[in-house]
Ligand binder design. Structure first.
Ligand code: 6R9
Length: 650
């Protein structure tokens, strides 16, 4: 990307917080002032929301940057903070998790129940020879035992590495080997799309390539037949029989809590390392601040999988440290019907939901009539994470899920940042649809140009973080050099996130997608996000992905892949209409050369659009690696459609 990113999309709608929410908000505008006046003092205040066995001597040691130490010398136990503390305060009978299996089986788990299971699992892991500092791989469906396994590791100081339950043998064995894990915790399988989906065979194959694994701890979920080796032990035999008493030992604030791998598209996955005190401080505070959680009355639901950072920070550690009551759902949103999510909101009277733009756009495609069938009146706050949310999807979410009343918080962060960094505060911010708005109190985010100079309002460039933050990654597991090269070498003294962003006329931040995806059309840098948002603002469009394809006259030309809303019919007339709509919304420079109407888009398993594959299609190349794709058949569908279409030039 050269100097700046073009700033094409204008959005003037703005939605102030509901008065009642603002009047009772957990966090008010004063937090911005306090943090601005004394950033470290502010984070110290937030750390005090937790229970520490030993206080820290120093808030931040940045002398060996970019290797940070937060709350230096302090000691705490993460599981104690998520469980024992609530029991000690008389909240043992409060529901921690309303779990719903895909087939409709349910479990209600109180904080006392969860504490007991975690203590038993801690003792069982200790009996299997796991000690503080050892690594444990977790490869599980979305069942309560996944959270129990993570918390048990945290409790005994073992570092967990959760691997998404849909990943392949190679992905699992590569991650086990990289971290030299000693134990894998898994299940026979889980339910997905109405059927049991096996996990154990993948683990068996992976473990055969991983000599460091001493034991495999297996939860029985589906009852599928499994083959058994002498390393395997059943969870119901060793955990359920274990002593329910376990004294949590405090660990150093910088003790490694977990490794989570981010899969770049081609390179070897990076093992992002998070530690104890700073991580818990920030995820706990941001969950309290951004979701305005009232633990006594709210029913919170984050729809992410535990295999992603969102599941770590906003299913397990943030909500449980705050004593939340939450929903955990095993399956897919369309099983057995497309209203399953809204049925669950109605059933459990969910008040706060946190989901991804991909899901919101899928719901738009399925049609407004589906959520309209359910009573969603319990909802009071809606969150979004994972990709830029197009303004029209934001509005759809607020109108159709939030009755036109609920604030929407668009939260920007990454596996590497550990917790939310840029987001509205629901009781303070008058949010604009499509904007993550402002850095949270205590966070120094900026948008800079090529020379690391802040861009003025109205300009676009690179999103950077200028100051360290408590839940920042500490390194890439086993590769400090790569940590420095990847994140700290593009701009001197700053963390570069890899995302493009712009600042609007009021200084609010808009995420514009990965800088690798930025298109260069006749000398203009155009963000994929803005063109996609312009397409989604057409009433016929539910979802869009755009890429820059090599073009003899303009350098790159914009090629768009579009999914229509439920009942809309495609055709040449519509395609022409869409191209004109983009030109009208963003200017002629952004008019797509070509628009393909497609039934699906290629997405990663966490729901992010894989533009790389679409670029291959648009440039008629053979497809690269598709193993991280959610559904590889999608690409065949798109490629075959593409061959039949001619470049549709003006
Ligand atoms: C939490 C998570 C991180 C990347 C990030 C950015 C994109 C996430 C976003 C967003 C625009 C938001 N991203 N949230 N883009 N607006 N609210 O998703 O972590 O899986 O590591 O992905 O996701 O591109 O850099 P992770």
């Amino acid at each position: 990307m050269s100097e700046t990113l073009e700033n094409l999309l204008q959005e003037t709608r703005q939605f102030p917080p509901p008065e009642a929410l603002a009047a009772n908000a957990n966090v008010t505008a004063a937090a911005y002032d306090e943090a601005a006046a004394d950033r470290l003092g502010f984070w110290e205040q937030q750390a005090k929301r937790l229970s520490w066995a030993k206080p820290w001597d120093e808030v931040l040691d940045w002398s060996n940057s970019p290797f940070a130490k937060w709350f230096v010398g302090g000691e705490l136990n993460v599981a104690y903070n998520c469980l024992d503390r609530h029991l000690a305060e008389g909240r043992g009978d409060k529901v921690a998790i309303h779990w719903e299996g895909e087939p409709g089986d349910t479990r209600t788990i109180t904080y006392a129940d969860l504490h007991k299971s975690v203590c038993q699992a801690s003792n069982a892991l200790t009996n299997l020879g796991v000690q503080a500092g050892d690594r444990v791989a977790i490869y599980m469906p979305m069942i309560p035992e996944a959270a129990v396994a993570m918390l048990a590791c945290a409790r005994i100081g073992a570092t967990h590495s959760v691997v998404f339950g849909g990943f392949s043998v190679d992905a699992l064995s590569g991650r086990i080997q990289d971290a030299s894990a000693k134990v894998v915790i898994t299940a026979d399988g889980g339910y997905r799309r109405g059927n049991p989906s096996a996990l154990k065979p993948t683990v068996d194959e992976a473990v055969a390539q991983c000599p460091t694994i001493e034991h495999v701890l297996v939860v029985r979920r589906t009852g599928q037949e499994v083959s058994w080796t002498d390393k395997d032990v059943w969870w119901h035999e060793v955990v359920d029989a274990a002593d329910p008493h376990h004294e949590a030992q405090p660990f150093d604030s910088e003790h490694p809590l977990f490794i989570l791998y981010t899969s770049g598209t081609t390179a070897k996955p990076k093992g992002i390392l998070h530690t104890t005190g700073g991580y818990l401080t920030q995820v706990s505070y941001t969950h309290h601040a951004v979701f305005d959680l009232k633990p006594d009355t709210d029913v919170y639901w984050c729809t992410a999988d535990i295999g992603w950072v969102t599941g770590h920070s906003y299913i397990v550690y943030g909500p449980l440290s705050n004593g939340a009551t939450q929903i955990m759902y095993e399956g897919t949103p369309d099983t057995p019907h497309k209203g399953r999510f809204w049925e669950l909101v109605e059933k459990y009277k969910v008040t706060i939901i946190y989901t991804a733009p991909t899901l919101i756009r899928t719901m738009m495609k399925w049609g407004d009539d589906i959520p309209a069938k359910f009573d969603l009146s319990s909802l009071r706050l809606l969150g979004s994470v994972g990709e830029p949310i197009n303004p029209e999807a934001w509005i759809w979410y607020r109108q159709n899920i939030g009755r036109g009343e609920c604030p929407v918080v668009d939260t920007w962060w990454q596996t590497e940042t550990g917790g939310i960094m840029i987001s509205p505060l629901p009781g303070v911010t008058a949010a604009k649809p499509g904007s993550a708005m402002s850095p949270l109190p205590g966070i120094s985010a900026d948008v800079v140009d090529d020379t690391a100079t802040s861009v003025p309002n109205g300009g676009g460039g690179y999103l950077v973080l200028r100051e360290p933050w408590p839940s920042m990654l500490r390194t890439i597991w086993g590769d400090d050099e790569r940590f420095i090269d990847t994140y700290w070498s593009r701009f001197e003294g700053m963390y570069f996130a890899g995302d493009g962003a712009k600042r609007d006329a009021d200084g609010h931040i808009w995420l514009l997608g990965r800088v690798d995806d930025v298109m260069l059309v006749s000398g203009h840098n155009i963000s994929t996000t803005e063109v996609e948002s312009a397409l989604v603002s057409h009433p016929s469009v539910a979802e869009a992905a755009v890429v820059g394809a090599t073009d003899p006259t303009t350098g790159q030309a914009i090629v768009a892949f579009v999914i229509l809303r439920g009942t809309v019919e495609g055709g040449d007339g519509l395609v022409k209409d869409l191209r004109n709509h983009v030109a009208k919304t963003l200017g002629p420079i952004a008019k797509p050369r070509q628009i393909m109407l497609v039934p699906e888009l290629p997405k990663t398993r966490s729901g992010k659009i894989m533009r790389r594959l679409l670029r291959d299609v648009a440039e008629n190349r053979s497809l690269g690696d598709v193993t991280t794709l959610q559904d590889s058949a999608v690409m065949d569908l798109i490629s075959s459609g593409m061959q039949g279409s001619k470049a549709d030039e003006d």
